[in-house]
Structure formats: C-alpha cells, structure tokens
Write a protein that binds this ligand. Structure first.
Ligand code: ARG
Length: 423
C-alpha cells in the first residue's frame, strides 16, 4: 500500500515510472541534471517477477527523493485482465496484449502519485519508436491533462553502451545481472521479448529468451488436465479450487508453462506504423482465452458470437493503441460485459507437449442441444422443415449461376436397362 501521508517534496518534482532497469536508472540522474527537478520513482507491481524492494532501494541510492512500490496485482487482474478475457482479446489474432493492458494502470498510478506530491511532471522510460510511449501519455492526458511529460529515452541520444558509460561515470548502481541484449517486459498476463537477433524475422528465437515456458526436453511425459470454472465469463477456480483471479493466473502460468504452452512469435503492426517482430510467453492467457472461447461457443447464440468477434477486434486495437480510457472503449466494454451474464460453466483443457487442447465443455446455460444435433435416435429436429427453409433462403440466387454449370474431364459408364412398368 502507498502511504500518501508523506510530506510534499520541496521544489519541482517529476514522478518516474521506474522498472529498476538500465534505462530508468540512468533516467533518474538525467532528469535531475537536465531539468533541475527532483525525482520520485514508482514501481507498479503488476506481477513482474523481480526483486522490487531491491529496485526501490536502489532508486534512492541513485538519487531519487521518494521511491514507491504499489502492489496493483489484484487491480490489474480484476479490472484489466478480466475485461480482456471477456473480450477474448488478441491483437492481430495472436498477442494477448499483456504489456499493453498494464500500461494504462501503471500510468494512472504514476499520475496519482504526482497528484499526491503536487508534481507537475511525469516521466517514463519508453523509446520514441514503440507503443508504450503512446499508452502512457494518452493515459496521462486522460487522467490529468495538466501534467507535463518527460521522456528521457526519447530525448537523449544514448544507446545502451552510452547508458552503461553514463551510469559508471555518474556512480550509479545498476542491477547485479548484466543488461541483456533483449528488451523484456512482464506482468501477470505475459512476458514480452524483443530486440537482439529477434529483429530478423528469419532468425528462430534462441531458447534463452524463454523464462516461463519450458523447452521440449523438459516437458512432462504425461498429459495434465486442468478444469477451469467460469462465472460470468471470468475463471474462478482451477481443478475445483476457488481462487482470486491474480492467483489463478499465476498458478496457470506455472502449470501451462511447465508443458511449454503459450509461446507466441509474431510480426505485429505497431501504432506508430512500424512492423516489429515480437515474442511472447503467455501460458495462462493462452489457456484461459482458449477455454473462454470454447465456453462462449456453447452458451452464446451464433448471431451474438459472430457480432461479438467484430467488437473484440476493435477492443483489442484500442487496448493496443493505448485508448483504455476513451468513450468507444467504455461502450465496447459495456456491450461485452452484457454478453457474459450467462457465460458460466466448466472447460477441461489438456496440457501436453507444448499445446493445450479443449477436451470438455459443460454449462447449465448451454444452447447446445443433443436432441437437435444428433444423427441417432431421439432426433427432435424436423428435417422436412428444411425443404421450405432452403426454398426461401435460396430465392434471391435462383438462376444467378445458370451459365456456369459445365462439365469436363468426365468418365462415363453406360448400361442400357429395360424398365418394367408396374401394371
Ligand atoms: N510489442 C508489445 C506491445 O507493444 C510489447 C512491448 C514490450 N515492451 C518491451 N519493453 N519489451 O505491447
């Protein structure tokens, strides 16, 4: 929890979204030098697997006057991930939007601290080529248009080597581990990896980029079955054990990751117009979205399902582009939530050798009717009624292809037979 009782800081202050990594560590000092303002750092805990206490301490050592950690895991799960599940949100059909979903929440927390400290400036460590700068700044705008943004990485002309040199010449204390050649971001909903040799889409991702999903050598011999129970579109239990969403997602990341499920390799279109090659590990997201779609498949009408898909695409684009706070988004979310009232039931998923497969679905709201779909005894469907149905739906096309029915390459066999007419 944040303690808002701390006194206001003397002088101008910038509140920096801080990760503990090289960029934002250098940024603390750079902002002080360049702008002559104090820096407060904020780490928003959205489930990144890092030593946040160490990072927060190091921010103070490196010149910050205040350093905050905000545990936002539950809020991230219950207000953002849950919406993404209901929306089956996948950007360009592939990316569960893990990084994108957390940005508005992080930005909103930064703005809240700025307000408490009376700060005019907010700062982030995004480059000028990515989506994250847009997501942060559009959210700052939505929350408090009076805030001014400082974006050091976009403004300075340093590469990673320059940053390391700057850090050492200014006596900054960096993370113990060597800065990696990959740029990564993680939270409960997934892990993003980009850069290094991955920038060449022809290059197969090296095994070392993966941390949450195991290599095929490590996959368990046996399949593992997971039963997810959903209430109003949200998973509430795994194998009968009820848990809050943040814990459930964490558990599924581990379970599905162990079987190598959730690797995504995708060339995507950034909002700023660049195509970029992105890799993700999203074990829980992959399994949950797959199960949720399967459950909706038996609960929602075909018409609603088909229409919802168009809304889901727009929802995903808005999340990707940083418009979590927008009127369109608000209305789409209201629509999507209204579709989920009856999305209750259970889905059984098999995890086995790098893939997850839905192998059972049941719901008390199922629209699936065996007596209508069966080809066996007990069929209640009136097949004779199809005749009139087809006659009517086919009316508009009557004769439209009359010139097109030709024959060629026909092999014909002929037998002449006499027909005996019944007397
Ligand atoms: N391409 C993804 C997105 O725009 C992930 C970005 C991840 N950021 C990073 N620093 N690796 O949402």
């Amino acid at each position: 929890m944040i303690d808002f009782r701390t006194s206001r800081v003397a002088g101008e202050i910038a509140v920096l979204a801080y990760s503990g990594g090289l960029d934002t560590t250098v940024a603390i000092n750079w902002i002080r030098e360049k702008y002559g303002v104090q820096v407060a750092t904020v780490i928003v805990d959205v489930g990144q697997e890092e030593d946040l206490e160490e990072a927060a301490d190091r921010a103070l050592v490196n010149g910050a006057v205040r350093s905050y950690i905000i545990d936002a895991k539950d809020e991230f799960a219950s207000s953002f991930i849950s919406e993404a599940i209901k929306a089956n949100a996948l950007y360009e059909g592939s990316y569960p939007l893990s990084t994108a979903l957390a940005r508005p929440l992080i930005a909103q927390k930064i703005a809240a601290i700025a307000k408490k400290l009376g700060a005019k400036y907010v700062a982030h460590g995004c480059t000028g080529k990515g989506n994250d700068q847009v997501r942060f700044e559009v959210t700052f705008r939505a929350v408090d248009p009076a805030l001014s943004v400082i974006a050091p990485i976009r403004e300075w002309n340093m590469n990673r080597d320059d940053e390391v040199a700057y850090a050492s010449s200014h006596g900054l204390k960096l993370r113990k581990s060597q800065p990696s050649r990959f740029s990564t971001d993680e939270n409960l909903w997934g892990r993003s990896i980009e850069g290094g040799e991955l920038e060449d889409p022809w290059v197969e991702p090296p095994e070392e980029i993966y941390q949450w999903t195991s290599h095929s050598d490590m996959w368990p011999e046996e399949a593992e079955y997971v039963t997810l129970q959903f209430e109003q579109g949200i998973p509430v239990s795994v194998n009968g054990r009820k848990q809050k969403l943040s814990t459930l997602v964490t558990e599924l990341n581990r379970l599905a990751g162990k079987h190598g499920v959730g690797r995504i390799d995708h060339v995507e279109n950034r909002y700023v117009g660049i195509k970029s090659r992105e890799n993700y590990e999203c074990p829980a997201a992959s399994v949950i979205l797959q199960a949720h779609r399967a459950l909706e498949g038996i609960v929602l009408s075909g018409d609603l399902l088909h229409f919802k898909v168009t809304v889901e695409g727009r929802f995903s684009e808005l999340v990707y582009n940083g418009f979590w706070y927008s009127d369109t988004m608000k209305s789409l979310r209201a629509f999507i939530s209204s579709t989920q009232e009856g999305v209750n039931g259970e889905v059984r998923v098999r995890l086995y050798r790098g893939s997850s497969t839905v192998c059972g679905i049941r719901s008390s709201n199922s629209g699936y009717s065996s007596s209508l779909s069966t080809y066996s005894r007990g069929d209640t469907f009136n097949q004779r009624a199809s005749e009139g149905f087809i006659y009517i739906v086919g009316l508009p096309v009557a004769g439209t292809a009359s010139g097109e029915a030709g024959i060629s390459d026909v092999r014909e066999r002929v037998v002449e037979r006499k027909i005996q007419k019944a007397a």
